[in-house]
Design a protein around this ligand. Structure first.
Ligand code: SF4
Length: 390
């Protein structure tokens, strides 16, 4: 950290390094704090009941020692890490946990967490994986069950007005994150990929209104900063699964590249579309969480029969937003990233690569085991990739 680092960024870095500090303070003041895994447990519904949503992350610097008793080593290393630190008591600040069917292993983790860690409150949203009309109806029904469970936990009703107000506040956060990403468009960008992860993790550790205040502070300070990232030869877009530590971005940005845009779940993915304010707010929320969020866990094609004979049409429907990102942020190449054993993203990698090849965007695929040690060999591969595209 240099003396020139702005206040907003300093606060974000403090929260990144000590995520639970503010949540513990709020809990001491009598607030309820609920942990959520992945980006699907509809945060607006917690905010509407004055519950603090607190995202569960892993820790790639902490060796997995306790989770082996519950999850085989051939499961998602990120989820194994989350469970491991949960078993070690590091999520003891939580009054409950909400999970969703992100993937089969994520669903299994939910049962293991309830069985082994025994949180006072738990709820699992067994959400569908397609966009069919019936899937939307099912998702809305699941959100009605979720609302009842949260109301029972909070001991009060969630009114439509409170839920709409929460949607507005979370939409404001989405708009602020998009504004922050605008600051990555100049060359060099005004904020780096690793700083962006610090900011996103910070706002996912505090109540949404405090996160919005922090974002405003970060944005105004970054706009004025004189110590931003250095100009590099390549501008990269990173697509993939979870990157919840600065280590990988620092590895990439330590080479001759700036990470100027991402499509990952500790990055732009949860923030780039607003929730529509519908008469029944659950309609807008069901659509948003199923259709708007572009994660590999949902097959985002309405009519599979239309596209199954036209591979490129299928890819265009699912991945054209990546070309838009590359165009808008002037990215020269794409790093596709996934933790090992992630079927969800792994199955999409050939399609993403074919799509990027077709639109002339060079790409490289990095798979890793969610440890710091995995980064050294990847560094050599990224270096080689940069030599090709620069
Ligand atoms: S990284 Fe992949 S396997 Fe792990 S939780 Fe996410 S979708 Fe599931």
């Amino acid at each position: 950290m240099t003396a020139e680092v702005s206040k907003g960024l300093t606060r974000a870095i403090e929260l990144y390094q000590d995520r639970s500090s503010r949540a513990r303070e709020l809990r001491a003041e009598g607030k309820k704090v609920i942990g959520y895994l992945c980006i699907y447990p509809v945060l607006e519904m917690m905010t509407a009941l004055d519950i603090v949503p607190y995202r569960i992350f892993g820790d790639l610097r902490e060796p997995v020692t306790e989770a082996d008793a519950y999850m085989p080593a051939v499961n998602c290393p990120f989820l194994r890490s989350c469970l491991d630190i949960g078993l070690k008591g590091k999520y003891d600040l939580l009054d409950g946990v909400v999970t969703s069917h992100i993937c089969d292993v994520g669903s299994t983790l939910s049962s293991i967490w309830i069985y082994a860690i025994k949180p006072p409150f738990s709820h699992h949203i067994d959400m569908p994986h397609t966009l069919h009309e019936t899937a939307l109806t099912q998702e809305k029904g699941l959100l009605e069950d979720y609302r009842k469970a949260l109301e029972e936990f909070a001991g009060k009703k969630m009114t439509a007005e409170a839920l709409k107000a929460a949607i507005r506040t979370h939409n404001e956060q989405r708009a602020l994150v998009r504004e922050l990403y605008e600051l990555k468009k100049p060359d060099p960008p005004l904020i780096s990929g690793s700083e962006t992860i610090q900011v996103i993790k910070a706002i996912e550790s505090i109540p949404v209104d405090e996160g919005n205040h922090l974002l405003r502070e970060v944005i105004s300070e970054v706009k004025e900063r004189s110590n931003g990232p250095q100009k590099k030869s390549a501008r990269l877009l990173v697509w993939g699964s979870i990157i919840d530590d600065t280590a990988m971005m620092e590895m990439i940005e330590g080479l001759d590249a700036n990470v100027v845009m991402d499509d990952t779940c500790v990055g732009s993915r949860p923030y780039f579309e607003d929730v529509e304010l519908t008469d029944d707010p659950l309609d807008g929320l069901a659509y948003h969480y199923l259709a708007d969020i572009k994660c590999s866990r949902t097959f985002r094609v309405n009519n599979y029969m239309d596209v199954r004979k036209d591979y490129m049409k299928d890819l265009e429907i699912r991945f054209s937003y990546l070309k838009d990102y590359a165009d808008d942020w002037k990215a020269d190449g794409v790093i596709m990233e996934s933790v090992r054993y992630c079927d969800t993203h792994g199955y999409d990698v050939p399609g993403v690569r074919d799509y990027l090849d077709n639109v002339g965007l060079p790409s490289i695929y990095l798979e890793h085991d969610y440890t710091e040690g995995a980064l050294a060999p990847l560094r050599t591969r990224v270096q080689g990739f940069l030599e090709i595209i620069s």
